[in-house]
Design a protein around this ligand. Structure first.
Ligand code: HSE
Length: 382
């Protein structure tokens, strides 16, 4: 199967190189920016790929919704299989692409968009054929895990940890999506779509790590707690689900504390299988390229989709999920949530709340920030 590659950045280069040695696969043309096609295998127009009858499949690794979506439509309409590592694209346009691929009788797979090299969506999309998935979640962003680990274990500042994650090729071109939790949020949207046939498109809550400071790291270390950015998705009733991203604090014995560097720890709970936990590198050239190649090999084996073409777009509801939180805010600021205790450290205080709805904590943080105060919060892990 000849595979064209859209994009020749960190992951694109990895995919192209891996295609040279993969069983049953050969590299085709590589789409680069206009005017940058300076080698024979590079082209700078999508039309050249869509019209090339020798190309059977297309791997998109450019990122962003546009022009990736237009390119995806062009190649699917031309009857080519489509594989992508692009979370933003699948979160925004996945259901449309799944329907178009079905109509054209070709594949649409996106294992690399969630979990990097970890076969999370791949395994789960096989599991749903015979089991009922009751929960998806875990650590799904390599950049923030790398940063939290570097700040807590190695004492790096936030800025140095982010600069390292960028140098190592883990972060998105614009790392805002990583540090604000948006990248992880998109991944939980994809995981829910695969696991439950429902994609949450509204009502989600996300809190990233962009408020986490070296002082927070030091405070939590003294308490014996480790912070990780955790995603969670659970079906609610027939048509809804809870879906959110937030920092969580774990005691030393929790498995999450041993997830270091850019590693991810993806988790699902099957009604029959019980808990399944998958660990591996969640970001970077070769891990992500390996997931793209896995999807391409799956197409040779006859696989056509991992998101049900009839997936429902639903509104998430996080009001029935109760958690206790640790909230750091200026000592004069007021937290309008029931508190169990508080501790003053310098100009700040750490407030420990009683159990409150996830949606209430996120709404309260938004309100306090609107009033101009800086705040960090994390759920207390169970
Ligand atoms: N920026 C992403 C991450 C890349 O750090 O997880 C892999 O999706």
């Amino acid at each position: 199967m000849k595979v064209a590659v859209l994009g020749f950045g960190t992951v694109g280069y990895g995919v192209y190189e891996m295609l040279k040695n993969a069983e049953g696969l050969t590299p085709g043309p590589v789409l680069v920016r206009p005017g940058k096609a300076d080698e024979a295998f590079k082209v700078d127009s999508i039309e050249a790929i869509a019209a090339d009858d020798s190309v059977d499949a297309v791997a998109e690794v450019m990122g962003g919704v546009e022009p990736a979506f237009s390119y995806a439509c062009a190649v699917l309409k031309a009857g080519k299989h489509f594989v992508t590592s692009n979370k933003a694209l699948v979160a925004a346009k996945g259901p449309e692409l799944a329907a178009l691929a079905k109509e054209k009788g070709v594949a649409f797979l996106f294992s690399a968009a969630c979990g990097g090299g970890v076969p999370f969506l791949h395994n789960m999309s096989l599991a749903v054929q015979s089991d009922t998935i009751e929960l998806v979640g875990g650590i799904l962003n390599g950049t923030t895990n790398y940063m939290l680990d570097a700040m807590q274990r190695r004492g790096l500042t936030y800025a140095d940890a982010l600069a390292d994650a960028q140098k190592l090729g883990y972060a998105e071109a614009d790392p805002t999506a990583d540090v604000t939790g948006l990248d992880a949020l998109r991944k939980i949207m994809l995981a829910c779509a695969v696991a439950f046939g429902r994609m949450p498109v509204e009502g989600l809550n996300n809190e990233g790590i962009d408020s986490f400071t070296a002082e927070d790291a030091e405070y939590l270390k003294k308490k014996g707690l480790t912070c990780r950015l955790i995603v969670s998705g659970v079906p609610v009733g027939e048509n809804s689900l809870s879906a959110f991203v937030e920092p969580v604090l774990f005691e030393k014995t929790a498995p999450e504390c041993s997830v270091l560097d850019n590693f991810n720890m993806a988790r699902y709970h099957g009604k029959c299988s019980g808990d399944i936990v998958l660990m591996g590198q969640g970001a970077g050239r070769w891990p992500t390229a390996s997931a793209v190649l896995r999807d391409l090999s799956d197409i040779i084996s006859g696989r056509r989709y991992m998101m049900d073409p009839d997936v429902k777009c639903v509104c998430a509801d996080n009001s029935a999920v109760l958690r206790k939180y640790c909230v750091r805010l200026p000592k004069e600021a007021k937290l309008s949530l029931p508190a169990e205790k508080e501790e003053v450290v310098g100009d700040n205080k750490y407030v420990y709340t009683a159990e409150v709805p996830v949606s209430a904590m996120h709404a309260e943080a938004e309100k306090i920030r609107k009033d101009g105060a800086k705040l960090f919060f994390a759920a207390i892990g169970q």
